[in-house]
Design a binder for this molecule. Structure first.
Ligand code: GLN
Length: 493
């Protein structure tokens, strides 16, 4: 079979890398084909904020030289889309915000540098909710992103552009960041595998900080193996991130086909309660996934993580508090846009009121309040204590099971504009993703099926710190047992 670069873009990243490594196709040809699709998906879906043509072609030629020199790279020539809150040297970083207009990154984020070392070729920067604050990509200053499965719907957020780019077949792999679900929830909405690593597993150096105690970068891929390959590439200690884990990263690839036999999978009781507000289609996929894992030899138990009920409230105090402090650096003096005023206070006011969008301003106000003198203990202090108790809940649950299964989101992708006017309903829909973030645990979303309307539904697997190999092996079981979704209607040829 002859495979052109376009067919290779339709398939898994690991097959594309094999074709480039064996010189059946050059990285340059693949990059050209990908760039053409990136342009289209920018126009059709709003998935890209910046198309990095010159950067990509130069990087692809470098990969071809390395291949010719006999170097082996696990992701040789794989086009990579990078969320625009992650730095790529020489390219703009906007984080979806006007306040960073004109900013060009002086350095690569460590996760980007590691993916490039593994052979990836960055083809563009993807649209996202401003500074990662959102669940629908509607909070970007640069327009909405359309879901390739149904262009009238959101792709999820905040890594919406990254998810849309992979689902649209513009790239086989993308980097997102996940503070409270921003890799997993768009993966769920776009029928992708999305993984948030154990906190500290992947360096945060070069990520634009949203909530530093929660932020992690993670891959969005079309299959479990590609997600595992990308995770292996980005994992590991980095002296440039003070919270980077020193322990060796576990080998996910070796254990990928380990299966589910002998594993105990806990169904999250809190997801079954009618107050959880599960969509009927999502509930059906949840049940089917549990049956599938059981058939593969897993024992299914029911586990409770009682403080899941408090997780959204806790998360939105802590994340906004950290954001209020992190975003104070955008003052018109050091980075990006500057709006002059009479004196320093006026400069700050003009720059920040004009530069930040409404959701970011709301969160800075909420977070500043939660940290303010006289209220700090009641809000921030209490949320920190609930966070610690939630981690204890998880530890207790993991005495009864190896991993916890629940839907990634209570519903499938919703129509653009539906939740925009009601931030609280948007926050509440993060109910299943924020708990693992608060506890620092690894969690992934794997496609579990489709609703009756044909919208993708992702299932979340969460495990103890360092359990990425187990989660990926279980996800592989789900992947093998699930009818593949085929090409999304909005995929690019
Ligand atoms: N939706 C959540 C929020 O708005 C999570 C975002 C993220 O993970 N970056 O904060």
């Amino acid at each position: 079979m002859t495979e052109g670069p376009r067919d290779l873009l339709d398939g898994p990243a690991h097959e594309l890398a094999a074709a480039v490594s064996s010189r059946r196709v050059s990285a340059r040809e693949v990059a050209e084909a990908s760039l053409a699709r990136v342009e289209k998906s920018r126009a059709l879906h709003g998935a890209f904020l910046h198309v990095a043509s010159a950067h990509a072609l130069a990087a692809a030629e470098e990969v071809d030289r390395r291949v010719a020199a006999g170097e082996t790279m696990p992701l040789a020539g794989v086009p990579l889309a990078v969320k625009d809150n992650v730095n790529v040297r020489g390219l703009p970083t906007t984080a979806g915000s006007r306040i960073l207009e004109g900013f060009v990154a002086a350095d690569d984020a460590s996760c980007v540098a590691r993916l490039e070392a593994a052979g990836c070729v960055v083809v563009g920067k993807t649209n996202c909710d401003e500074f990662g604050m959102g669940s629908s990509n509607e909070n970007s200053a640069f327009g909405v992103v359309r879901n390739p499965w149904d262009p009238s719907r959101v792709p999820g957020g905040s890594s919406g552009g990254s998810a849309a780019a992979v689902a649209a077949l513009a790239v086989p792999l993308a980097l997102g960041t996940d503070t409270g679900g921003s890799v997993r929830q768009p993966a769920s909405f776009c029928s992708l595998v999305g993984l948030k690593p154990t906190y500290g597993r992947v360096s945060r150096y070069g990520l634009l900080a949203y909530a530093s105690s929660l932020d992690q970068a993670g891959p969005l891929a079309r299959n479990v193996r590609d997600a595992a390959l990308a995770l292996a590439a980005v994992s590991g200690f980095d002296p440039l991130d003070s919270t980077s884990l020193r322990s060796a990263s576990p080998d996910c690839l070796a254990r990928l086909e380990e299966g589910a036999a002998g594993r105990k999978v806990g169904l999250l009781v809190e997801a079954e309660s009618p107050e959880g507000g599960l969509d009927a289609g999502v509930a059906a996929v949840f049940e089917a996934t549990a049956r599938l894992l059981e058939k593969a030899g897993a024992t299914i138990v029911r586990v409770s993580v009682p403080r899941v009920a408090l997780a959204v409230a806790t998360y939105y105090v802590l994340a906004t508090a950290e954001a209020s402090s992190n975003l104070s650096r955008y003052d018109g003096v050091r980075y990006g846009a500057r709006r002059e005023g009479e004196g320093l206070a006026a400069l700050y006011r003009a720059t920040r009121s004009g530069g930040f969008g409404p959701e970011v301003r709301r969160r800075i106000l909420l977070g500043t309040f939660a940290l303010s003198s006289g209220y700090r203990e009641a809000w921030y202090g209490r949320a920190q204590r609930v966070r610690a108790l939630l981690a204890l809940d998880f530890a207790e649950a993991f005495r009864a099971c190896d991993a916890i299964l629940c839907p990634t989101a209570p519903g499938p992708a919703f129509p653009i504009g539906e939740k925009g006017a009601d931030p609280l309903s948007m926050y509440l829909a993060d109910v299943f993703t924020v708990p693992a973030s608060l506890a620092g645990l690894p969690a992934l979303s794997v496609p579990g099926g489709f609703t009756g309307e044909g919208l993708p539904v992702g299932m979340q697997l969460a495990g103890p710190a360092g359990s990425e190999p187990l989660l990926l092996a279980l996800a592989r079981v789900v992947e093998r047992g699930t009818e593949p979704g085929g090409r999304p209607p909005g995929a690019i040829r």
